[in-house]
Structures are given as structure tokens and as C-alpha cells.
Design a protein around this ligand. Structure first.
Ligand code: E4P
Length: 221
């Protein structure tokens, strides 16, 4: 399972890239709005920084408008993936973009039926929003399990991109279930490193090393 960041914040992308674990980026209009840059400029910056797929979302409400926006976004860089919403207009636009050779990510997916539609139009990615499903008291991981099962049985090539992840356990369970990609906020990726026994182990190694060096220094003098 690949790890993507769900952010448009360049400093966080640079940090994760430095860790050597960043394989792609997802953004959405709410994340872009936080950055205060022209959207095309922001997408240009992100695609230049991260070599993997960068999802950039259309905002028009009509299929024609989404196709035009999608073509403009795709022209920014080769690694742009156009994000279209799981609406009738979005699916119409998505299928036309796929026909034009432009990769798409179908977003705002909350049911297995919607995920089937995304696969049938040849989407590169389908994005079920686990956290938002949990937020309304339903089972986000259960949704992911059903989509992964259907895609395996049907042999669909669309990659399942587990999205709206709120904590490391969402990431771990997405991997167990068989998601192709997990996209997460920077705070969640940062938490993947954490374990108290690692911290205790580091402290103990440092203390033992210091004592060892001190003993050698005492012996030399
Ligand atoms: C994915 O592509 C979406 O941008 C994202 O995961 C939405 O997450 P949220 O529910 O935390 O806003």
C-alpha cells in the first residue's frame, strides 16, 4: 500500500518527501483554500515537488465545466490526476476525461455502488472517505472492505485510495484490508512513527553509550 499526503501545504510535503515515504498527494478545494495561492500555481508547485500522482479537484458543477477545468489542470503537469466528484455530472465528466487520456480520481465515494461506477468509467483511483462515514456513525473500514472485495472479484484495475483517514489505525487497517493507497493528513503520517518503546529504547541506548564512552575516557586518563 502506497502512502500519500492529503494536503496542499508545501512545507509538510517537503518534510514527508525528506522522510523518503511520500508517493503521492491528494488535495481538495478545502485544503487548497487554506494556502492562499492561485490554484494553478499551487498545483504547479506541488507537482514539481512530488514526482508521484497529485490529485487536483474540479469545482464546476456541470460536466462541460468540469471537463474544461480538468483539461486545464492536466495541462499543468504530467503527474496531475483530475479529481471529479461522485455525481452524475462528475461521472459524465470523468468518463470524458478518461476518453481524452486524462487520469481521474473519483472522490466523495461513500458506497460500494458508487465505487462500481468509478471502476466502470476507467478511473485511475477511487476515493472512499472512511472518516466521514465513521463521523455519521457508520463503518468506514467496512465500506473499504466491501470495495476491495468487489474490485478483486471483478478484476477492476482502478486503484482503491483509502481517504479521510483520521488516525494511524485507519492506515493500518486499510493496509490489512488491501487498499492500494492510503492518503492522510500530515499529523496522521507523523504519528505512524510513534511507539513509546522506541522512545524508551532510544533513551536507554543513548545513556548506555554515554556511560560506555565515559568509562573508556576514564580508562584512558
Ligand atoms: C481525499 O482525497 C480527501 O481530500 C480527504 O481525504 C478528505 O478528508 P476529510 O474528510 O478529513 O476532509
Amino acid at each position: 500500500m502506497k502512502l500519500f499526503l492529503d494536503t496542499a501545504h508545501l512545507a509538510d510535503l517537503e518534510t514527508a518527501k525528506g522522510w523518503g515515504i511520500l508517493e503521492g498527494v491528494t488535495t481538495n478545494p478545502s485544503l487548497a483554500a487554506k494556502e492562499g495561492l492561485e490554484f494553478a500555481d499551487l498545483v504547479k508547485e506541488i507537482t514539481g515537488l512530488v514526482p508521484g500522482p497529485v490529485s487536483a479537484e474540479v469545482t464546476d458543477e456541470t460536466a462541460d465545466g468540469m471537463v474544461a477545468q480538468g483539461k486545464d489542470l492536466a495541462a499543468i503537469a504530467e503527474n496531475v490526476v483530475v479529481k471529479v466528484p461522485m455525481t452524475r455530472e462528475g461521472v459524465t465528466a470523468g468518463s470524458r476525461l478518461v476518453e481524452a487520456g486524462i487520469p481521474i480520481n473519483v472522490t466523495l465515494v461513500f458506497s460500494p455502488a458508487q465505487a462500481i461506477l468509478a471502476a466502470r468509467i476507467g478511473a485511475t483511483f477511487v476515493s472512499p472517505f472512511l472518516g466521514r462515514v465513521d463521523d455519521i456513525g457508520n463503518d468506514g473500514l467496512g465500506l473499504l472492505r466491501q470495495i476491495v472485495e468487489i474490485y478483486a472479484v471483478q478484476g477492476y484495475e482502478t486503484e482503491v485510495l483509502s481517504a479521510s483517514l483520521r488516525h494511524p489505525q485507519h492506515v493500518v487497517e486499510s493496509a490489512r484490508i488491501g487498499a492500494d493507497i492510503a492518503t492522510m493528513p500530515f499529523a496522521v503520517m507523523d504519528k505512524l512513527f510513534n511507539h513509546p518503546l522506541t522512545d524508551i529504547g532510544m533513551e536507554r541506548f543513548a545513556a548506555d553509550w554515554e556511560a560506555y564512552q565515559q568509562a573508556l575516557a576514564d580508562k584512558r586518563s
